[in-house]
Write a protein that binds this ligand. Structure first.
Ligand code: FAD
Ligand code: UDP
Length: 370
């Protein structure tokens, strides 16, 4: 008899498995339908020995020291500050939009103060910022919005920014200085030996049994367990009874080139023309030295594995119906990006898993039925 069956071996499932096994000495069965642990953060060496991220670029960043310290038990780190360029009007310029972006694109020589005025002259007053269009046009005006955000967002989400919650484009700030880092967080690192090694170290515990290529539906009635933690799509758990929750998917095209470098930074975004949204070159992230280089192109799609919950009021309403069911389902905990239908980063998922562990500790005695 397992104390816990955990469905999904991504950050949510793996962080909880480790906590339950080591802090409560409980027996955990952790399953995943994929043939590996790590969820979407899974990385692997390709046939040439280049470390790649199978499900697109994953860069760890957080302001929460507790979350960073927790993961530091399972990995060493490589300091890495993420920088992204956007291919706009035939030039590569920094995104988030900053002083250099505007000066380069418009052949200007503005100071930070002048750029503030420049933005103010172009920004459109928006009474209430509700959508992903409002956020950007209210900050930098319509022209930069169209160059950097409208096309990328339409590709990425299959929706116009005016149809998406403001939280989506609000992830990308606007700067008037020359800071060209993608994230402003205090802790910005990559796991020194990759994410998969970090997960393996987290799950290396005698109380944890991992089964990959295992569907929840195939074992739910045959493997006895007291409680369940579910980190897959919440609508799937409830057999889509209120209808499907939309999740956006991606097709990844992994390419190896017989040259040491392809582009100047880890990620180049394509907001205007191409079918793909961005190209990632992993060596910038991993620091690996190699005669060849590995890239991933991301092609957004409606079909395929669920990757992104789509932040939109009507989807949130549908999610709330499932959430009410979840709250009324005893002995099952719903955790993670797919089960709580939120566009969370890795650190937020670790934080959510640690908070869930605290709630479990407060409400259930070890191996108890309470
Ligand atoms: P997942 O990693 O999705 O894990 C859920 C697991 O459950 C999956 O492995 C799935 O196979 C399994 N599963 C589901 N249903 C079942 C079932 N019925 N039976 C068995 N197994 C099942 N975050 C950052 O912080 N920085 C980044 O740079 C970043 N980049 C990203 C880039 C892309 C392209 C994507 C898609 C996401 C990115 N993220 C990034 C977000 C990050 O991937 C997530 O926050 C995190 O991986 C979510 O962890 P999770 O455990 O909730 O879900
Ligand atoms: N975005 C954009 N242009 C860019 C970068 C981002 O329009 O060059 C928008 C787009 O809608 C994207 C969102 O901002 O989905 C969030 O970007 P982020 O880089 O955080 O996306 P993720 O890495 O999560 O896919």
């Amino acid at each position: 008899m397992y104390d816990w069956l955990i469905v999904g071996a991504g950050f949510a499932g793996s962080v909880l498995a480790e906590r339950l096994a080591s802090e409560r000495n409980e027996r955990v069965l952790l399953i995943d339908r994929r043939n590996h642990v790590g969820g979407n953060a899974f990385d692997r060496y390709d046939e040439n020995g280049l470390l790649i991220h199978q499900y697109g670029p994953h860069i760890f960043h957080t302001n929460a020291k507790g979350i960073f310290d927790h993961l530091s038990k399972f990995t060493e780190w490589r300091p890495y500050e993420h920088r992204v360029l956007a291919a706009v009007d035939g030039t590569l310029v920094p995104i988030p939009i900053n002083l250099d972006t505007v000066n380069t694109l418009y052949n200007l020589d503005l100071t930070s103060e002048q750029l503030q005025e420049w933005f103010a002259e172009r920004a459109e007053p928006v009474e209430e910022i509700r959508t992903s269009e409002d956020v950007v046009v209210a900050a930098v005006g319509r022209e930069l919005y169209e160059k950097f955000f409208r096309g990328y967002t339409r590709k990425q989400w299959g929706l116009d920014p005016s149809e998406l919650d403001k939280s989506v484009t609000a992830r990308v700030p606007t700067r008037t200085n020359r800071d060209d880092r993608y994230f402003g967080d205090e802790f910005q690192f990559m796991p020194k030996h990759g994410y998969t090694r970090m997960f393996e170290s987290m799950l290396n515990h005698p109380n944890i049994h991992v089964m990959t290529q295992t569907e929840y539906d195939d074992i739910r009635d045959t493997i006895p367990h007291r409680r369940l933690i579910f980190t897959g799509p919440i609508d799937e758990y409830f057999d889509f009874r209120f209808g499907k929750l939309p999740y956006r998917s991606l097709r990844f095209k992994h390419v190896t080139l017989d040259q040491p470098q392809f582009q100047p930074v880890a990620v180049v975004n394509y907001p205007q023309t191409e079918e793909y949204t961005r190209i990632t070159e992993y060596k910038h992230l991993t620091g690996q030295e190699h005669a060849k280089t590995a890239l991933t192109y991301e092609f957004p799609s409606a079909e395929g594995d669920p990757y992104y919950p789509i932040p939109k009021a009507e989807n949130q309403e549908l999610f709330k119906k499932y959430e009410r069911l979840a709250l009324a389902t005893p002995n099952v905990w719903f955790v993670g990006r797919l089960a709580t239908y939120r566009y969370y980063n890795m650190d937020q998922i670790v934080g959510q898993a640690l908070a869930t562990f605290r709630r479990i500790n407060e409400s259930i005695p070890v191996r108890g039925d309470g």
